[in-house]
Design a protein around this ligand. Structure first.
Ligand SMILES: [Zn+2]
Length: 80
């Protein structure tokens, strides 16, 4: 996985990847579907990166979303 760059707002590191997972709906078979949302977050100023999210079964692999969130964070421009 990509190493997260320092925060573009305050320059702090490390930045963490946060997972938010909540029940979205049940499908016709009664199987729960979850909204999986990964985003990077600065521990110092609480800036958040773009969210990578999808609706999935709880057993599905979500490492692609985690990777997307990391890449989206790293593409942010340094503005300080
Ligand atoms: Zn910050």
């Amino acid at each position: 996985m990509d190493i997260l760059k320092p925060c573009p707002f305050c320059g702090a590191a490390p930045v963490r990847l946060i997972l938010k997972k909540r029940l979205f709906a049940h499908n016709n078979a009664g199987v729960p579907l979850y909204r999986i949302a990964w985003s990077a977050r600065c521990n110092a100023c609480h800036a958040r990166g773009p969210t990578a999210s999808d609706i999935r079964l709880p057993v599905c692999d979500d490492s692609d979303l985690k990777e997307k969130a990391a890449q989206a964070w790293n593409r942010r421009r340094i503005i300080w």
